[in-house]
Design a binder for this molecule. Structure first.
Ligand SMILES: [Fe+2]
Length: 365
């Protein structure tokens, strides 16, 4: 895949942050149990076909829309832009890219005003908006605060077959790279990209796509995530815990991946780091580094690499999934031919750890 996406001549829209995701669910009542009763997201409003949810610290109308529909999929990855004029900028930008766009002054979801949705060059349904209804920010409603409280929407994660192609497109759109995973042959497996001053607003994971890998909500502390695990055990739905809890290498965040009733993956996430300086260093991980995906070296379950949600075009039909032709991360690290390391060589690794920690690893292992 060498079809590089050209940079438009018009300015990119000034994006503030990832703001909400609209997902299609097949059983609204079951999804309500998962997102409201289990995870404690707050209902801004709901009707027979839609539930509008927000996290504790959010002041805009919603971070997640559950819409009842026939096929589980993602209808929109929505970003807030800096001003109403930036919605015009987004529309002009994607028109020059030759993408299909749809502008709705009244918005696509309740609570959101003038917006544009696009089928982006990677096949994802992106939305850009500024006008939005403000609602009560529940930050100090400690009477509502649960032990596993989700406090902010943190990021999206998208699966795409050609990571460098997607990276260039998102860099042109104004995203900056905080971390990535490559191998010594230059194959790129994943990239983390941000507008707000965290590790990411979205990440690209190499694989068959376009598909949605996960949507992530932040908690204040690690213990909030452990409470969610305990609660899922108590409710006898531990089979919906897919991966974790654990500590990521990439992003440093403490994490948990769980699956909603339709198989949409949700990450619970906390403790990444500040990235706001213009010269924030990019961290590149070796795909064979056993600690890149889990700092404690726990293996990644195969489903995490292979399963993801379909995404919809602007007519509501699933986008066709294109196969990745580059090496898959699962195959090169955990498959039959794969390998990974914790220390590249005993001496080299031990020296590096001793410099950082003062411990002589050789003596202990
Ligand atoms: Fe994530």
């Amino acid at each position: 895949m060498n079809n590089v996406i050209p940079k438009p001549s018009v300015p990119a829209p000034d994006i503030v942050r990832c703001a909400y995701m609209e997902i299609v669910v097949t059983d609204l009542a079951k999804s309500r149990e998962f997102y409201v009763d289990l995870l404690g997201l707050h209902v801004t409003e709901e009707d027979e076909n839609n539930i509008y949810l927000r996290s504790l610290e959010e002041f805009i109308h919603h971070n997640l829309v559950l819409r009842k529909g026939p096929i589980a999929a993602v209808a929109a990855f929505a970003y807030r832009v800096k001003s109403p004029a930036e919605v015009d900028a987004a529309e002009a930008y994607y028109k020059e890219l030759g993408c299909r766009t749809e502008r709705r002054k009244e918005g696509f979801t309740k609570g959101v005003g003038d917006s544009v949705r696009v089928e982006d060059p990677l096949g994802f349904p992106y939305e850009f908006f500024y006008e939005v209804e403000h609602v009560e920010r529940l930050t100090q409603r400690y009477d509502l605060y649960s032990a596993g409280e989700l406090v902010r929407l943190d990021h999206f994660n998208q699966v795409t077959p050609d990571v460098p192609r997607g990276r260039k497109y998102l860099e042109d759109l104004g995203f900056r790279v905080s971390e990535d995973i490559q191998d010594s042959d230059g194959v790129s497996y994943a990239v983390w990209m941000h507008r707000k001053q965290t590790v990411h607003d979205t990440a690209l994971t190499g694989g068959n796509g376009p598909r949605m890998h996960h949507v992530a909500f932040a908690t204040h502390e690690k213990h909030n995530i452990i409470q969610i695990c305990d609660k899922m055990g108590a409710l006898r739905i531990s089979d919906r815990i897919e991966r974790g809890p654990g500590r990521h290498g990439v992003s440093n965040a403490f994490y948990l991946y769980i699956l909603d009733p339709d198989g949409h993956r949700v990450e619970i996430y906390t403790q990444d780091y500040y990235t706001g300086d213009p010269d924030n260093p990019t961290i590149t991980w070796d795909v064979h580094d056993n600690q890149r995906r889990d700092w404690w070296g726990n293996p990644v379950v195969p489903s995490w690499y292979t399963e993801a949600s379909l995404v919809l075009d602007l007519d509501g039909n699933p986008q066709p999934v294109i196969q990745r032709t580059d090496a898959s991360e699962m195959a090169v690290t955990v498959g039959a031919d794969g390998f990974s390391y914790t220390r590249k060589t005993e001496g080299e690794g031990a020296d590096a750890v001793e410099q950082k920690t003062g411990f002589k690893l050789g003596a202990q292992l």
